[in-house]
Design a binder for this molecule. Sequence first.
Ligand code: MN
Ligand code: MN
Length: 292
Amino acid sequence: MDTEKIVVAGQIASEVKSWIRPQIKKGVSLLEIAEAIENKICELGGNPAFPVNLSINEYAAHYTPSQDDETLAHGLLKVDFGVEIEGWIADNSFSVDLENSRTNKDLIKASQDALSEAEKILSAETAFGELGKVIEYTIKRHGFNPVANLSGHSMEQYDLHAGITVPNVDNKSENVFYEGLYAIEPFATDGTGIVHDGKKGNIFVLKKEKNTRLQLGREILEFIKDNYGFMPFASRWIVKEFGSRAILALNQLENEGILHHYAVLTEEKGKLVSQAENTFLVTREEVINTTK
Ligand code: MN
Ligand code: MN
């Protein structure tokens, strides 16, 4: 692992976070917020590790604006973005209440507290079940439920979800963290604590390389391989390069099994969801919260 790049990616994420926070107000367009964050990441020397996720209310994750999105910021907004430097990733998120709502504020506090309580016990010897238990209990103490089927994850170079899950509930796992790079991301809800696949969003990822018949599809596929590899990307990034005809080609590539099209993860009863996330570099000697 390249500690230096991991730390710098985290510093960029922190800086972007403090810079964007005061600009997020009710009525600002989501497209404007997403592009501001993505441009700022590049300006500071990083790349977006995935499209900025701006998920409102019952949308827990995986909503990014389309190229002509007119959605305005409102409700309980989750801002989730990643910074990548030569494949080394910082993944982080925060939630904002844009309604002056007591429930929104309490939900935000619950996921934030769960994240800080988890950080307190995190070391190379911590068991995943123990960490999940702390998250679950903290959120329940606030009177809410953790989202059980969303979890944190290990990360490797150019690999956002590298195989190990960090539970948000006590799953009794006695496996320990050892050394590695992890995102911890508690979600709190006033619903049942289950999300399912909602409507298709605007995020894709290369799933399987194979031949495609259409010329435009081939050009887009080359562009995706060169620029994103197996990291997620937004349809609006492709439209920016190839124009709006790219949308049909993306759907074609999805139908051919070449691209995976992410659905918007949605709370099953339509209830509110908050999220807090930081990236942690865990070593034998110490734990660094890279995106603090
Ligand atoms: Mn994230
Ligand atoms: Mn994550």
